[in-house]
Design a binder for this molecule. Structure first.
Ligand SMILES: *[C@@H]1O[C@H](CO)[C@@H](O)[C@H](O)[C@H]1NC(C)=O
Ligand SMILES: *[C@@H]1O[C@H](CO)[C@@H](O)[C@H](O)[C@H]1NC(C)=O
Length: 469
């Protein structure tokens, strides 16, 4: 069996509805109204990229982020008492100009990591319900057939717009797409490259094509140079530096409580740890996942509501577990002997993989919808202990239970609508919304979870915001 390599070239959005501003943070001070050219909602991958570009264009900008720091799906853990850092969110990036240039502009060195050197240890295919190894099980790592299909739709890489009529293949449940092109033996490998997609086989093919795009496929191509990683393995550094650059305009642990938006500008009321701020701006850039629940404080009009209420999402959660006793460099991947293509049923832990520190493991968990973080955290450590006990037998009894060192929720992941909505022109309507009520949109829900595509789209969108009409 070959090792499964999951790079997760994902980028994400900063705002998660689970990360509310603490209730004790009430308005203590009311600041005078401040004026900015643009207010960006979300300090994740696309929001940070946009804010930096706008600043460099000479625009004034404020970024509102619910979390304590920028970075979205990027998370770096600092091992206490050492200078070791472990990335447990976004792992790597496609080798495209927009990525190289953005990191270089913050003076962050990158390396090319060939496929043969990636991966997370020696994979063991184990049923996480009981810790038993799944014997005699084959799958294909060959992505050539999928790539050939992907190449038919180059515009998916950089555009929200779809042809009219929408190509029939986009609307197929992914299991039918795999059957149609005789790609079923790749299902297991695809599943692990598309963690966060919930029930992948039922997912609409359009979303697979948008995320698993040419850049991601190139990074996994054995004949190619591989993916880009930060040389220090400290992906969060990009966001730390961007936050520094923005200074007081980086409003972290903050959230929009209300807004007025018109053709000529926006007024946004933001609750920050230091009180309530009112920001008047010419434009608003939404980069958070535009679920209706997140959009509510912005006051949606009928057109917007008709679109944003259609979104559903799946969940992806990442973390680090401390646990001793397992053989060095052992990785475990959840595998079911009794399902089609041996795919685990969600919610469940996807995998437990070694890191540079011998008793710290990277863990990734998936759900088909929203689930409380407390339940996920408990299931992660319980599953870890169950698998470890199955591997070590009686020896496991003397070990301390697995401990969750770090955790980050990527819910809501992969915002999607039904195939019927897609064929009725959902994405063209979404694109037509750009600029409506001085509001613009970027982020994974608008283009892709793959960082290069996300930054490419955002770069172009910021230019579009300032095109003279
Ligand atoms: C974005 O992608 C398009 C199409 O591949 C390319 O022409 C363009 O140069 C890219 N833009 C950036 C900023 O990378
Ligand atoms: C897996 O592949 C090997 C080598 O091609 C073959 O001998 C074996 O029967 C296959 N096992 C299954 C379960 O298909």
């Amino acid at each position: 069996m070959k090792p499964v390599v999951t790079l997760s070239l994902v980028a994400g959005l900063g705002v998660s509805i689970a990360n509310a501003v603490p209730a004790d943070v009430e308005a203590r001070t009311t600041y005078p109204t401040v004026r900015r050219d643009v207010v960006v909602i979300g300090g994740g991958s696309s929001g940070t990229y946009a804010a930096v570009k706008l600043r460099r264009m000479g625009k004034s900008v404020a970024v509102v982020e619910t979390r304590e720091s920028f970075g979205g799906h990027t998370s770096t853990y600092h091992v206490p008492g050492s200078d070791i850092t472990i990335d447990y969110g976004v792992q790597g990036y496609g080798d495209v100009a927009v990525i190289r240039n953005h990191f270089a502009s913050f003076d962050i060195a990158m390396d090319q990591l060939p496929l043969s050197e990636t991966g997370f240890g020696i994979s063991n295919y184990v049923d996480f319900r009981n810790g038993q190894t799944v014997p005699d099980f084959n799958f294909s790592m060959d992505l050539f057939g999928f790539k050939k299909q992907s190449e038919r739709y180059p515009y998916l890489y950089y555009s929200t717009r779809l042809p009219d009529p929408v190509p029939k293949d986009f609307l197929l449940p992914f299991r039918e797409f795999l059957a149609k092109y005789d790609l079923e033996d790749t299902a297991y490998n695809m599943f692990y490259n598309l963690e966060g997609f919930g029930d992948l086989l039922s997912q609409t093919t359009l979303y697979v094509l948008k995320y698993f795009n040419r850049e991601y496929l190139a990074a996994l191509d054995p004949g190619f140079k591989g993916a880009l990683v930060t040389s220090r393995r400290y992906n969060q550094q990009l966001y730390d530096r961007a936050e520094e650059m923005l200074g007081d305009d980086a409003l972290v642990s903050s959230r929009v409580v209300s807004a007025t938006r018109t053709k000529s500008g926006v007024t946004v009321v933001v609750r920050t740890p230091n009180g309530v701020k009112t920001i008047q701006a010419k434009k608003l850039l939404v980069t958070m996942p535009p679920l209706a629940s997140n959009m509510e404080p912005l006051g949606m009009d009928k057109t917007e509501k008709a679109l944003f209420t259609k979104f559903a999402a799946s969940g992806w959660y990442v973390g680090l577990v401390r646990a001793s006793g397992l053989p060095v460099n052992f990785a475990f991947q959840n595998t079911r002997p009794d399902t089609s293509h041996n795919l685990p049923k969600l919610p469940s832990l996807y995998q437990m993989s070694p890191t540079v520190v011998s008793d710290i493991y990277l863990v990734r968990y998936g759900t088909t919808g929203q689930m409380p973080d407390a339940l996920i955290k408990r299931d992660i450590t319980k599953t870890f202990d169950r698998v470890r006990t199955a591997v070590l037998g009686k020896k496991a009894k003397a070990l301390r239970p697995a401990e969750l060192l770090a955790y980050s929720s990527h819910y809501p992941f992969n915002l999607h609508v039904t195939p019927s909505e897609i064929s009725k022109g959902f994405y063209n309507k979404l694109d037509t919304l750009q600029g409506h009520l001085s509001t613009w949109y970027t982020g994974a829900a608008i283009i892709s979870h793959a960082t290069g595509a996300l930054w490419n789209f955002t770069d172009h969108l910021v230019d579009r915001m300032y095109e003279t009409k």
